[in-house]
Ligand binder design. Structure first.
Ligand code: FAD
Length: 430
């Protein structure tokens, strides 16, 4: 291992951004548009992400949460988790940020103008989506279409991965405008001097087995490594109280059945759904066929693998309380209380009722394996201020880890707004 040290420690960059996902990409683009000198350090590689089995296996990172086979997913690649996400939009409640002293109004309007947002037209729904909707509506659920970050002009009559908006497009724009992107570079330490963040230390992979440790210095350091990585980086930097209340992870089920005669086709996951009860969400989990088959194979659901076009799926996601811990080695360990388990049981039972009513047989699930967004480890107003700055000057955090506790829905659109909010502050001070 080769350690590169600088003698003067002078900033080489206006901003060093750790992670090129939703927030990192948005900030990099905003700063580069105003000619700032930006370094993006990204743990993953820079090859384009697609939904081929090989590529998905390379970028998908399943992070265990300690409770049984419970795990959450993220993508490790340029563009971060939007490389794998579904594109469902939830909007922030008006007071979610204003009570923390953050006004996202103008950013929200601008983001809504810029990003492609649409509901799926009927022509893009498959048999399985319609059958699920009919069943849910017949049982009294307010099953409705969700807004999605999808460009309908790119759908070409069916499901297209390319139609989903992805943060990668912002990274590409930032790089075209002069940002330096270093891939396969994992930041493991923030360099602090005299109460100020001055740089980061990172390990960059070289070839198949080699790596090199380097230090780089910048006027502003922005942690945008995602909800799973930034809390640990903050704690390692000496920010106290990270994870002291445990965390939530929005656990749930993906439940599938087979409907005789159904001729499903690939469609966008999460295009429809409803709130079932206090803290229980049900959604259309009909993943595209090329993803359904490997999923069934991995779960040894051979009947569902063979009959995948007859498959119909529903997702259950529940609001869990704070529990568990962020361990010293960085691993998360979740515990559920009685209320969490009751919600999980109730949601699962209702999902099965909807599937049965839709005519499904051979109903099966994978256990409580799927967790949604992990949150509650970093808090605005406590660990970071309303400018997202930590107790160390010039060290900022902007990613899913800082979202307020009442923001449990799908976060991407909100994160783009929050990243714009921070970008404005950075531009005003650089
Ligand atoms: C399967 C799936 C489906 C989803 N569906 C939806 C949806 O429908 N709607 C929605 O709004 N959201 C969805 N999400 C969530 C959404 O994609 C993320 O919440 C959002 O992209 C988070 O943005 P971020 O900037 O916080 O982090 P990320 O986009 O995760 O980016 C973090 C980046 O930092 C890099 N990184 C991590 N550690 C380091 C390190 N130490 N050094 C350098 N780089 C590092 C990572 O490789 C990654 O590129 C989904 C996520 C997944 C996995």
């Amino acid at each position: 291992m080769n350690q590169i040290e600088r003698s003067d420690n002078q900033p080489e960059f206006d901003a060093i951004i750790v992670g090129s996902g939703t927030c990192g990409a948005t900030i990099a683009r905003a700063l580069c548009r105003r000619n700032k000198n930006v370094l993006l350090l990204e743990r993953g590689d820079n090859a384009p992400v697609n939904e081929s089995l090989l590529r998905m296996a390379a970028v998908m990172d399943e992070v265990p949460l300690g409770e049984g086979r419970l795990a959450t997913m993220r993508a490790i690649a340029t563009g971060g988790s939007t490389g794998l996400y579904f594109g469902v939009v939830n909007y922030p409640r008006p007071d979610t940020f204003s009570r923390l002293g953050i006004d996202l109004g103008a950013d929200f309007d601008a983001v809504r103008q810029e990003l492609p947002i649409a509901q799926l037209p009927e022509a893009l729904l498959g048999d399985q989506n319609r059958r699920l909707r009919e069943s849910a509506l017949a049982l009294g659920h307010a099953w409705q279409k969700n807004d999605m970050l999808i460009d309908l002009a790119k759908c070409d009559g069916g499901y297209r991965y390319e139609a989903k908006w992805k943060a990668r497009s912002y990274v590409d724009e930032a790089v075209a405008q002069g940002a330096t992107l270093i891939s396969r570079a994992t930041v493991h330490k923030v360099l602090i001097e005299g109460g100020k963040a001055v740089g980061v230390e990172y390990r960059v992979r070289r070839g198949l087995f080699g790596s090199e440790t380097r230090r780089v210095y910048g006027a502003r350091i922005i942690l945008a490594a995602g909800e799973l990585a930034s809390p640990q980086l903050l704690r390692d930097s000496g920010v106290p109280g990270i994870g002291d209340r445990g965390f939530y992870c929005n656990p749930g089920y993906a439940i599938y059945g087979l409907v005789p005669g159904l001729t499903g086709r690939s469609s966008f996951v999460g295009s429809m759904g409803c709130s079932y009860d206090e803290g229980i969400e049900l959604g259309d989990a009909n993943v595209p066929q090329h993803m359904l088959r490997p999923m069934m194979l991995a779960g040894f659901k051979l009947r569902h693998l063979v009959a995948s076009t007859r498959s119909i799926g529903i997702g259950v996601k529940v609001k869990d309380g704070f529990g568990g811990e962020l361990r010293p080695d960085g691993r998360l360990h979740k515990t559920f209380d009685r209320e969490d388990r009751q919600r999980l049981d109730k949601g699962r039972a209702e999902a099965i009722r909807i599937l049965r009513h839709a005519g499904a047989t051979h109903i099966t699930d994978f256990g409580v394996t799927a967790a949604g967004r992990v949150g509650g480890l970093v808090r605005i107003g406590e660990h970071v201020d309303d400018k997202l700055e930590t107790r160390y000057r010039n060290l900022y955090v902007c990613d899913g880890s800082v979202l307020p506790d009442d923001m449990r829905g799908t976060p991407t659109l909100t994160l783009v707004c929050l990243a714009r909010h921070l970008s404005r502050h950075l531009l005003a001070t650089l």
